[in-house]
Design a protein around this ligand. Structure first.
Ligand SMILES: Nc1ncnc2c1ncn2[C@@H]1O[C@H](COP(=O)(O)OP(=O)(O)OP(=O)(O)O)[C@@H](O)[C@H]1O
Length: 257
């Protein structure tokens, strides 16, 4: 039996009178790369933020790596943050810190790590994220959008998390940069055995990276399955998204799904 590392049951989230999720269920198993898709405003980012404990839901039960979310104490929050990594849409880097210093931020929580070792670990993650050797000393404003994304990924991976959450990792990248980023995520997933929760609109990413897809619609997870299984789902949004002209163009040559 595959181990469940994220479990969401009966989730209700709302902002004022706007209900975003209403009875949402989702399970993610260890080692899988799950793509979360859905129309604009269906609550993908809110779901990510809620699962990592940054948004308090109105109702429902969330467990990440066997621990209840949102955490009840600071110690519980620190324990959770030590085991997950998050890359927000714009990289969310601290502009006053260099890339290396940004990547060192999660490592500062690891007790007993000497500053020199921390720097070396940060440099290792920066190179794993595919950045050139001299990127560590640069400030975010000196990097291209694609490089900032890689720096955000390096920071998300800095402390060897078991699960990484990526919010639209390829948004704003040119197609070549996006394909490189896809290969990077798939490669890291395969080599590190990471579990990845990936919010995306990018059909190429879904094909290249994801083991399974979860579709958000009607305030819940409407359906989960492989890309191939999405072709059999009889729902207007799912049909338009997975079988529309862009979907056909993104499908791998000779592939069905
Ligand atoms: N902090 C907040 N306060 C009030 N409303 C919010 C807040 N965060 C999100 N929302 C609302 O919740 C809904 C879902 O937002 P969310 O960003 O999760 O959508 P999304 O599916 O990620 O969309 P997109 O694909 O366009 O990025 C939106 O209507 C948004 O306006």
């Amino acid at each position: 039996m595959a181990e469940t590392v994220i479990s969401v049951r009966g989730l209700v989230t709302a902002f004022g009178r706007q209900v975003v999720h209403d009875g949402l269920d989702l399970e993610v198993t260890r080692g899988e790369i799950l793509g979360v898709v859905g129309g604009s405003g269906t609550g993908k980012s809110v779901l990510l933020r809620t699962i990592v404990g940054l948004n308090r839901p109105q109702a429902g039960e969330i467990e990440v790596l066997g621990r209840r979310v949102p955490p009840r104490t600071e110690a519980e929050r620190a324990a959770l943050e030590g085991r997950i990594g998050v890359m927000f849409q714009d990289g969310a880097l601290f502009s006053s810190l260099t890339v290396r210093e940004n990547v060192e931020v999660p490592l500062r929580r690891v007790t007993g790590l000497a500053p020199r070792l921390r720097r070396e670990l940060a440099d290792l993650k920066i190179s794993m994220a595919g950045l050139p050797w001299d990127a560590g000393g640069k400030y975010p404003s000196e990097l291209s959008g694609g490089m900032r994304k890689r720096a955000g990924l390096a920071r998300a991976l800095a402390h060897d998390p078991e699960i990484v959450f990526l919010d639209e990792p390829t948004a704003g990248l040119d197609p070549i940069g996006a394909a490189e980023f896809d290969r990077l995520i798939r490669g890291l997933g395969d080599s590190l055995g990471l579990t990845v929760f990936l919010v995306t609109h990018d059909l190429d990413t879904l094909h290249a990276v994801c083991d399974r897809v979860a579709v958000l619609a009607e305030r819940r997870v409407l359906v989960t399955g492989t890309m191939r299984e999405m072709l059999d789902v009889d729902h207007p949004w799912v049909r338009d998204y997975f079988q529309g002209p862009r979907a056909r163009a993104a499908r791998p040559a000779g592939g069905q799904g």
